[in-house]
Design a protein around this ligand. Structure first.
Ligand SMILES: Nc1ncnc2c1ncn2[C@@H]1O[C@H](COP(=O)(O)OP(=O)(O)OP(=O)(O)O)[C@@H](O)[C@H]1O
Ligand SMILES: [Mg+2]
Length: 254
């Protein structure tokens, strides 16, 4: 349990880097830039394991604690990913000794006494409808959420004047994340290849480079939107053909 003096609390309110440090996250350079930024449209194109979800959790919790009556929606492509993200947020919140008492802590949402709410949702257009007035919208693994979701959230922001941050490892030359990353709209953009992450070693990357198909390596670790010319099927076609939501009709017996 951390007991903060008023002075310390004010410092954390105005300085998200100090807040992250209090949570035990010594920010990497790009993380520090992000935490110091006041941009309200942010795209992060980052390597796997660079700390995207950690940053989402820090930003969400900071907003909730220090801006009363905030509604923060955190979206991720699947239920498992949104649970994971919520786990990080709730973990940080516990680490702080719950400085603002929770009013209700349902599995994927946190309601604070100051009227702020953090809600994590698996990202489909259907889950987002019904929420309005979000002041911060975070989309984790944005390259893998449905485009319809993006089109559903834009009008919400128009009314609330809220901020939007999409963080992702690339996933082909497709979808809103790719379009916006390469488009001309005014986003603050961050590109973070694995080589800029101090926790990912050269030796590990050498191993991955040797083991993975080159286009996968570039996608996962070098922020590259891949669609190789020698690929017969585009990533989109493969995606449409493969789903893990349907039980196979026949199972191998043996
Ligand atoms: N600044 C930091 N200092 C120390 N550890 C960090 C920092 N940022 C992230 N981490 C740690 O690095 C690991 C990966 O972080 P995180 O899950 O946020 O990355 P990610 O980019 O979301 O990964 P993935 O691509 O797998 O979703 C976690 O164990 C996290 O605690
Ligand atoms: Mg993540």
């Amino acid at each position: 349990m951390v007991t903060n003096s008023v002075g310390q609390d004010i410092r954390m309110a105005v300085d998200r880097v100090a807040f992250a440090t209090e949570l035990g996250v010594e920010p990497d350079q790009w993380q520090e830039e992000l935490l110091r930024s006041s941009a309200d449209r942010v795209l992060l194109n980052c390597s796997r394991q660079s700390g995207k979800s950690t940053m989402s959790a820090v930003m969400a919790l900071h907003r909730a604690l220090y801006h009363p009556r905030s509604l923060i929606l955190c979206l991720a492509p699947t239920l498992r990913q949104s649970q994971e993200l919520f786990g990080k947020i709730a973990g940080f919140y516990r680490d702080l000794g719950r400085p603002v008492a929770p009013q209700g802590e349902r599995k994927l949402s946190l309601e604070l006494e100051n009227g702020s709410r953090i809600i994590t949702l698996p990202g489909s257009e259907k889950t987002i409808r019904g929420f309005s007035g979000a002041t911060l919208l975070l989309v984790d693994e944005a390259s893998r959420v449905d485009d319809e979701l993006y089109y559903a959230i834009r009008p919400m922001l128009a009314v609330s004047g809220g901020s939007l941050m999409m963080l992702s490892t690339p996933y082909g030359k497709r979808g809103v994340f790719f379009e916006e990353w390469t488009g001309s709209h005014a986003w603050e953009r961050y590109e973070v290849p694995a080589s800029q992450c101090p926790r990912i070693s050269e030796a590990f990357l050498d191993e991955e480079r040797a083991d993975l198909p080159p286009f996968i390596y570039r996608q996962e670790y070098e922020c590259s939107f891949e669609e190789t010319e020698d690929q017969v099927f585009t990533i989109e076609l493969i995606d449409r053909a493969v789903t893990d939501e349907v039980e196979p009709l026949f199972r191998a017996v043996g």
